[in-house]
Write a protein that binds this ligand. Sequence first.
Ligand SMILES: Cc1cc2nc3c(=O)[nH]c(=O)nc-3n(C[C@H](O)[C@H](O)[C@H](O)COP(=O)(O)OP(=O)(O)OC[C@H]3O[C@@H](n4cnc5c(N)ncnc54)[C@H](O)[C@@H]3O)c2cc1C
Length: 411
Amino acid sequence: MQPQTRATSQDLAEQDAGETTGGGPVPPFPDVDLMYIVDLLSPEEKTRYREVRAFLQSRIRAASIDYWNREEFPVELVAELGKYGLGALQTDGTSKLFKGLMYAEVARADVSLSALVGIHNELIVGMVDSLGSEEQKKRWLPGLHALTRIGAFALTEPDHGSDISGGLATTARREDDEWVINGAKRWIGAGTIADFALVWARDVADQQIKCFIVETDRPGYTATKIANKIGLRIMQNADIVLDEVRIPAANLLPGATDFSKANELLRDSRAWVGWQAVGIQLAAFDVARSYALSRKQFGKELARFQLIQQQLAEILGNASVSLALMAQLATIQQDGKLEMVQAAMAKSTTTRLARASVAMGRSLLGGNGISTDYEMGKLFGDAEILYTYEGSYEINSLIVARAVTGKSAFV
Ligand SMILES: Cc1cc2nc3c(=O)[nH]c(=O)nc-3n(C[C@H](O)[C@H](O)[C@H](O)COP(=O)(O)OP(=O)(O)OC[C@H]3O[C@@H](n4cnc5c(N)ncnc54)[C@H](O)[C@@H]3O)c2cc1C
């Protein structure tokens, strides 16, 4: 049997144009932006937002499902994302709200690609641009902006996840005009396909955690893809081994000579996951709404049953709360007032809501909610990653509680 729905906003727009349910016309909410957040953009940004959004819905959303099933990296789709400027969001001067809405719309089309675009902008371009040397910027930024070059952010280790800032065990040893790196990293996004990895390692001389550009073709660098994931299957996460990897002294990021230097970027990347949580919930709503309007049981559309209506209202409510929270976060970020407590609260709250939303969506589709053919199964798996990476739900909650009690429960 062919899948009944792979909902896109085009589907929704078509329904909005003509379909009736017997209870009146389907209301015109193809963008599902009930709080008019997009209207806060400048006219130029609004136009660009609509263009990119249409491209993501028509080109990326349906196409990503087969790549996800095969755990395959879509090289040609990433090149197209680059042509729409999604590799340069960090430095192109657009507003924080625009950047966030772009992240949400990429996630609405595919969460793995939004992970790539988000890590790329927030951590790779962000790190090289704000903490790199002039020479490093000249060498890497043009290709990164075009998305013809990809970097990996290598912080987590097999034995240190939540406690990485204290426990980091990878070492860097200075020998004449070289650094020698030894250690292991786990879960590193794009680790098998990147041109370079930003590797965090402890300098054995002063015990400070520093960041190094390690080209992935250096002898001693080995990356092995982590297979059989239940989410983010397009993103090529890797186990990396660094065995006496020698890099020029100039590959140290001059602005990243202790871990605190990266705090601002790590805070912003935590907040970025909140935008992913918005996007995945909008996607879940798209699919659930479309399915409820087309699937009939007991002789009528699911959309006529009160319990189904309640679930649709709840998914939309969760998505709208998340969107409004992230829009306000973008405002304080734009004003330079974003602190870790707000980023952690936004990340933990929106990912908790996202997990609830995709679970409702999964159930609303019945058995078909299990299958990625109907998209919802893919969203269900992807939400688990949002809940755990960039600081797990628990750790982000503890960061918030530490700020409001003055008591730390985890260090
Ligand atoms: C798909 C995916 C992509 C990723 N991409 C990257 C990447 O590109 N680069 C990178 O560096 N890392 C990446 N990560 C790593 C990610 O950031 C870590 O998985 C995350 O920080 C959690 O660490 P952990 O998996 O080691 O879990 P652990 O730290 O072992 O935690 C296990 C459980 O214990 C809980 N826990 C731990 N300590 C406490 C405490 N004190 N109190 C209460 N609960 C606690 C956690 O919340 C969690 O539920 C990725 C992870 C995944 C799954």
